[in-house]
Ligand binder design. Sequence first.
Ligand SMILES: [Mg+2]
Length: 226
Amino acid sequence: MLKPLAGYKRQEYEKFHSRIYWRRERQSRPRQEILFLDRDGVLNVDSGYVGSIRQVELLPGVINAIQFCRRSGIFVALVTNQSGIGRKYYSWADFELVCHHIEQSISKDAPMFEAIAACAQVPNPDLVEEFEWRKPGPGMIQAICDRLELRADRCWLVGDRLSDVEAAARAGLAGAVQISDPRSKRASPASTGFSHLYADEAADAIALAASSILRQRDLRDRKVYE
Ligand SMILES: [Mg+2]
């Protein structure tokens, strides 16, 4: 079997207990916009500390929703808090295997993720300033924007938690779609110009964020040709 995430380069950010993986070879350059996705609760059922492929259960419709993004020229990146690694419930190698499995489940042939960022830090309320990378910190999103030379204000995010939306707002993204879940709090718009939308299902949330990116792209293109 091919090594999990073999098509990615990897960089370790020890200080932030984080890693970024990005594609070695890009088929084409992103158009300065990307859809950031949280992983657990967005692509797969969040059963708590998903560290093995046996626990992976993809949510309905997400395969089609991501394939739609890719066909529309929207690149997708994962940004995921993985304190289960910091807690030693599972390893970075287990994490890589789960991401590889999810990517293969979406498409066997074409690469689906432009980048993957994960933070293994265990939450500690006494160390608030240390949490620039763990969401709601913006660090993972900003690092991917820097690495791929993306414009944050053209990017969107889909997440199931308030911390996902807060991270998106703090990173200066155009907006975020939160999957409605009675267990998670709803945020009020966190900064001027930031769009915070809701959808009931993960697939709808991804489609809504993708259509928002396409609408903004269309408006920009029209301005250019007017
Ligand atoms: Mg989540």
